[in-house]
Design a protein around this ligand. Structure first.
Ligand SMILES: Cc1cc2nc3c(=O)[nH]c(=O)nc-3n(C[C@H](O)[C@H](O)[C@H](O)COP(=O)(O)OP(=O)(O)OC[C@H]3O[C@@H](n4cnc5c(N)ncnc54)[C@H](O)[C@@H]3O)c2cc1C
Length: 305
């Protein structure tokens, strides 16, 4: 077993970073474990216009870096590793990671969610060869090329709008007849000349030689099939909570989200959950950060009282 901590935080997105700020400012020895790089999903947002305090907006990457800088200033330690399990022992928890195991008095689980896959032929084969789940990461590869975006929520439309800066044309493919995205995003999308919409349509197959060249589509109301020639397809059809490693440890809801009360407590004493990984989360950076602060405050109460 490696060094002991009073609090171990799993995940370095807005929820984990805010939790780390609060626990380290409360002078609790705190370790944040992140498997990729701090910032979480918000680091993929080209511009964040709805995080209070930044009237001109801020890049998601910069927001994540600033949150980390602020928490580190108060003593938060960060480890780059993947958490693979939590074991419950009398009076303490053991957090298992790819870089060793850590004993702790309290755990704040804030390791968010990841993009859902379509599960269609060609998706896996062409991932990285025209199939992408992150426009901010991959948009420049499609400069002056036609691309499709699958989905109709905030994330999909944000990605589609970003892609219009690079691609020659962006076709949004949505299985319903209207978007779920916020009105402000819809207004931007409908006035963007490079964007087109295919309503009531699903992608059945992604095809190409070595890279994506076309997709096979089906109109869900008429059953009519068609083919669309594209160079890239960006899939943004919702999220899946990263809770596979928690099965059997904590009660999860049917979709795999962690159930908490309004203090972010789970059913297991000293295990808290915060952010997108929580059932009924609003899935925003600000709500994740709020959850992280709440979890940290009640973790401190648990430890000190
Ligand atoms: C393209 C895009 C644009 C968005 N734009 C906005 C916006 O404008 N405004 C807004 O408010 N929200 C926006 N969001 C949503 C926002 O990013 C999320 O709601 C927020 O990041 C959730 O924070 P979180 O800390 O709960 O989880 P996440 O941000 O998902 O962070 C979880 C972290 O945990 C890590 N992790 C996962 N599993 C493990 C493990 N086993 N071990 C260690 N680490 C692990 C991940 O690598 C990740 O860094 C956007 C999201 C996307 C994808």
């Amino acid at each position: 077993m490696k060094k002991d901590y009073e609090v171990v935080i799993i995940g370095g997105g807005p929820a984990g970073l805010s939790a780390g700020l609060y626990t380290s400012r409360a002078r609790l020895s705190s370790l944040l474990i992140e498997k990729m790089g701090v910032g979480g999903q918000i680091a993929d947002a080209e511009r964040v216009d709805n995080y209070p305090g930044f009237p001109e907006g801020i890049s998601g990457f910069e927001l994540g870096q600033l949150m980390h800088q602020q928490a580190t200033k108060y003593g938060l330690e960060t480890l780059l590793a993947e958490v693979t399990g939590i074991e419950l022992h009398e009076g303490q928890k053991e957090v298992k990671t790819t870089e060793g195991n850590f004993a702790t008095k309290a755990v704040i689980i804030a390791n968010g969610s990841e993009r859902r896959k379509l599960g269609i032929p060609g998706e896996e084969k062409f991932t990285g060869k025209g199939v992408s789940y992150c426009a901010t990461c991959d948009a420049p590869f499609f400069t002056e090329k036609p691309v499709a975006v699958v989905g109709g929520g905030d994330a999909a439309i944000t990605e589609a709008l970003y892609l219009t800066k690079f691609a020659s044309k962006v076709t949004v493919i949505h299985r319903r007849d209207q978007l779920r995205a916020s009105r402000i995003l819809q207004e931007k999308a409908f006035s963007e000349t490079k964007m087109e919409f295919l309503w009531n349509t699903v992608v059945e197959e992604i095809k190409g030689e070595n890279v994506v060249q076309r997709i096979r589509l089906r109109q869900v109301k008429t059953g009519e099939e068609s083919t669309l020639g594209i160079s890239g397809i960006f899939i943004s059809v919702g999220l899946k909570p990263n809770t596979d490693y928690l099965k059997g440890v904590l009660p999860l809801d049917a979709a795999g989200y962690i159930i908490t009360n309004d203090r972010m407590e789970t059913e297991i004493p000293a295990i808290f959950a915060a952010g997108d990984i929580r059932r009924n989360s609003a899935r925003q950076a600000i709500t994740a950060a709020g959850d992280g602060a709440t979890a940290a405050i009640y973790a401190r109460k648990f430890i000190t009282e």
